[in-house]
Design a protein around this ligand. Structure first.
Ligand SMILES: *[C@@H]1O[C@H](CO)[C@@H](O)[C@H](O)[C@H]1NC(C)=O
Ligand SMILES: *[C@@H]1O[C@H](CO)[C@@H](O)[C@H](O)[C@H]1NC(C)=O
Ligand SMILES: *[C@@H]1O[C@H](CO)[C@@H](O)[C@H](O)[C@H]1NC(C)=O
Ligand SMILES: *[C@@H]1O[C@H](CO)[C@@H](O)[C@H](O)[C@H]1NC(C)=O
Length: 506
């Protein structure tokens, strides 16, 4: 985006016209970002120049309470004046959207520094979502990541208050960055953001309809392995585990007979007993990815002779597009099995940790923690220092969070029936929000199928399956990906992301 450097031309228009034009002039050719928001150096990045502009800072959503939400904007590396603007939200509730920035689709791949806690080395990510869009990473609600409130009563919150605050954030953010008001705008997120995304989208649409200014050019939303509905999500695990050959035919039949497909809410002792057998055999797995890829190396390509008759999809066995090994441990704690999100208070990560005493062996938040708690990084990205707001944590225990928006099904119906596009995708090896539930609820909306179940491909490789519905609803799986899809399949993720955003078929 062309910023600065433009000298004001002498007024050549009669005054009323000039006034009329001044908005457009302001919006498309001048430095409009708030002074001081530009990130001029990124500690750990040794390259000479960033491929696009980065801006970061706080937006105050409640002056009286001093409630401030932190954002990091990565401008599109292609054409920021025209490319879509996408708001990204991680879930939890309580997890920072820097999870997406550091580990998933942000502009950098983070390499651990020499010793524990030292500054990581940042390399450019060839599959950053900023290749085709401007991405706003938002820490929400206050209390999460680098966002905070001076009044701790704000940490008692829930779905509806979170959506209202994020909507306030968006209205204020677009006032600060009016040059993005005409770009198509999308809201995206994963996991518990399966609740944040539709509830915020609904706030945005209500705001547009009642005339809130500025007018947000909202087009649709995207949800990955998203929480949606207690019954659909809660009933998804047993069929998933059966389909993935994690439970035997006989355990499956016993559970099915005893529970009558009502697994989320076991209502008899025989059902409880059958489900405890399921728990026992799934217990050692990484819930976020049943394949447990502690490390993806880059040196495992098998040599396939040129003259073989194998289909193209066998030519790249064992190859990963990931330039660095993936993290080894995510939270050091995990959502327990068979615990779909229910109405009411959501247990904190601390409380959940008690039910998963040894954490998840294959996941890590170490590079993100080292980077975001470094004083130079905090200052470079215009965040409050550790001494003022405390350390950044991937997922916080500060919140007392109430799931008060109920099932997301009516939100999805409402938004899609009004013409907003929706892309609902699932890493097919995630056991936390299994694809079986997501596939079932998307089908349950009752829309006609306009693109029936088929493969979608990247570089001749089957990348997953997709089904398209009326009203702009698309469901897709990403083959071999866990809960945080772009972390596992960065190249495929950039492919579905850019195709869906520009309206190309998967
Ligand atoms: C914090 O907010 C609550 C609720 O609005 C209010 O009652 C309380 O006085 C505030 N506390 C401070 C220290 O401002
Ligand atoms: C569990 O399901 C039964 C119906 O099978 C229902 O009556 C009951 O209210 C449900 N329990 C909860 C906690 O929703
Ligand atoms: C969507 O929700 C809004 C606000 O609650 C409501 O006014 C509108 O009638 C709903 N539209 C549809 C199609 O459900
Ligand atoms: C949409 O994006 C895909 C993937 O980047 C690209 O191959 C395709 O040409 C684009 N189509 C349009 C119409 O821009």
């Amino acid at each position: 985006m062309a910023r600065g450097g433009s000298t004001a031309a002498p007024p050549a228009f009669p005054l009323p016209l000039l006034l009329l034009l001044s908005n457009a002039f302001f919006a498309c050719c001048c430095l409009a970002a708030p002074p001081g928001a530009l990130v001029t150096n990124v500690p750990g990045f040794a390259g000479s120049k960033l491929p696009s502009k980065h801006y970061a800072g706080y937006v105050t959503v409640d002056e009286a309470h001093g409630r401030r939400l932190f954002y990091y904007l990565v401008e599109s590396e292609r054409d920021p004046a025209k490319d879509p603007v996408v708001l990204w939200l991680n879930g939890g509730p309580g997890c920072s959207s820097f999870d997406g920035f550091v580990y998933e689709h942000g502009p950098f791949n983070f390499e651990a520094g020499g010793s524990a806690g030292s500054l990581p080395k940042l390399h450019l990510n060839p599959y950053s979502w900023s290749k085709v869009s401007s991405v706003i990473y938002l820490d929400s609600p206050a209390g999460v990541g680098l966002s905070y409130s001076k009044n701790v009563s704000d940490y008692e919150t829930g779905d509806l208050k979170t959506a209202a605050d994020s909507h306030t954030f968006l209205l204020k953010w677009f006032q600060l960055y009016p040059e993005f008001l005409t770009n198509p705008f999308y809201i995206a997120g994963e996991s518990y953001a399966g609740v944040y995304v539709p509830t915020l989208s609904h706030e945005v649409v209500k705001g547009i309809q009642k005339g809130d200014k500025p007018i947000i050019n909202f087009k649709g939303y995207m949800v990955g392995n998203g929480v949606c509905d207690t019954v659909f999500d809660g009933n998804a695990l047993v069929p998933f585990a059966h389909g993935m050959a994690l439970i035997s035919e006989s355990i499956y039949k016993e559970a099915n007979t005893a529970c009558q497909e009502n697994y989320w809410n076991a209502s008899s002792a025989t059902c409880d007993e059958a489900l405890s057998k399921v728990d026992a055999v799934l217990g050692g797995l990484n819930i976020y990815d049943i394949l447990e890829p502690c490390y993806h190396g880059t040196n495992t390509k098998e040599v396939i002779p040129q003259n073989n008759k194998l289909p193209p999809s066998f030519k790249d066995l064992g190859v990963t597009s990931k330039p660095l090994p993936v993290r080894t441990r995510m939270h050091g704690r995990a959502w327990p099995l068979r615990a779909p999100v229910r109405d009411g208070r959501v247990p904190s990560w601390q409380e959940l940790a008690a039910s998963v005493p040894h954490g998840v062996p294959c996941m890590s938040d170490e590079v993100a923690t080292a980077w975001l708690n470094n004083d130079n990084v905090r200052s470079a990205i215009h965040a409050e220092p550790v001494s003022s707001i405390g350390p950044w944590e991937l997922c916080t225990n500060k919140l007392d969070f109430n799931h008060d928006a109920g099932s997301m099904i009516i939100y999805h119906k409402n938004l899609t029936s009004q013409g907003y596009r929706a892309f609902i995708y699932s890493g097919d090896h995630d056991m936390c929000v299994p694809h079986t539930g997501t596939e079932a609820w998307t089908a349950s909306l009752g829309y006609g199928i306009i693109d029936s179940w088929r493969q979608w491909t990247v570089n001749d490789q089957v990348a997953g399956y997709t089904q398209g519905y009326e009203n702009g609803l698309t469901f897709a799986t990403i083959k071999g990906a866990g809960h945080t899809v772009p972390e596992y399949k960065p190249q495929e993720s950039l492919a579905f992301y850019s195709r869906w955003l520009n309206g190309t078929k998967l």
